[in-house]
Design a protein around this ligand. Structure first.
Ligand SMILES: [Zn+2]
Length: 159
């Protein structure tokens, strides 16, 4: 029996992954874990299971998403740099797996950031981040993050 793809079947209204923006071939959502402020997931709109099968047009469009999203998060929260990773490990816990290409964008911070009374630190700056360090933020804060990043992501063509 084929395994459903969680990304393809994911609603644009899913409160766990609110929509930040999109391009022609990619969709950008806020991740639940905000221990590193501004963490996002960037997925292909098309169901494709391996980076090697992404088309040149999708890849060029991805570069534009990288530029716009990094710009947006730098402007919003003064992120120092960014870790981009494409793992797809979870899909392979099923056999057969049904992976769907998605990138984690994890902003990294040399300094701590305060937003609306909440403090965000990057204790492993300069090293791999701790995947298990988890910080959720209240719904109003999530809305704020989506708005702040989303508006700049949308405006980034003019930077
Ligand atoms: Zn899919």
């Amino acid at each position: 029996m084929p395994i459903d793809c969680e990304i393809c079947s994911g609603s644009r209204e899913d409160p766990a992954y609110p929509l930040i923006g999109e391009s022609e071939f990619w969709i950008v959502k806020l991740a639940p874990n905000q221990s590193l402020l501004g963490r996002c997931v960037v997925a292909t709109k098309r169901h494709v299971g391996d980076l090697a099968d992404v088309t040149p047009a999708e890849l060029m469009d991805f570069l534009e998403v990288v530029r716009r999203l990094e710009y947006a998060i730098r402007q919003s929260f003064s992120a120092t740099m960014f870790n981009w990773s494409c793992y797809m490990n979870v899909a392979y816990r099923n056999d057969p797996p049904n992976p769907h290409v998605h990138w984690w964008l994890v902003p990294r911070y040399r300094q701590q950031v305060e937003v609306h009374g909440l403090t965000f630190k990057d204790p492993h700056f300069g090293h791999p981040y701790d995947h298990y360090r988890w910080q959720e933020v209240p719904p109003e804060m999530r809305n704020y993050l989506v708005r702040e990043i989303g508006i700049r992501f949308g405006l980034a063509d003019s930077y």
